[in-house]
Design a protein. Structure first.
Length: 118
């Protein structure tokens, strides 16, 4: 599911992201491994609609993938939180899980093996 521009603009404003409106892959371009905790907090603290939840989860996953790449680690405690969030609303995140799992490919992303376990 590709989020609407209005959804992306609203989330970008809430998070003070450097959104210009021309991004092709908003979640990947706005990913920030230093703000994962903040993104998770927003997910839990605000009454987000379905599309906002999916877009924000995309941002969280892209940010966590960046974290894994930047720190050359397997996981940290935040992965268990993210995994629980994905599992709780799995039906809403099927497309997202499938994308990051890359089921028919080798491990394209650092997060791919983790996403396959969800």
């Amino acid at each position: 599911m590709i989020p609407k521009k209005e959804t992306i603009a609203a989330l970008s404003k809430k998070l003070s992201l450097p959104y210009k409106g021309t991004e092709q892959d908003w979640d990947i371009e706005m990913a920030d491994s230093n703000r994962i905790n903040e993104f998770i907090d927003l997910y839990h603290q605000y009454d987000l609609d379905f599309e906002e939840r999916v877009a924000l989860m995309s941002l969280i996953i892209a940010s966590y993938d960046d974290f894994l790449n930047e720190n050359n680690v397997e996981i940290d405690s935040r992965w268990n939180i993210i995994k629980a969030m994905l599992a709780k609303d799995r039906i809403h995140f099927v497309e997202l899980i499938n994308y990051w799992s890359q089921c028919n490919e080798t491990d394209i992303f650092r997060i791919t093996p983790l996403m396959r376990a969800v």
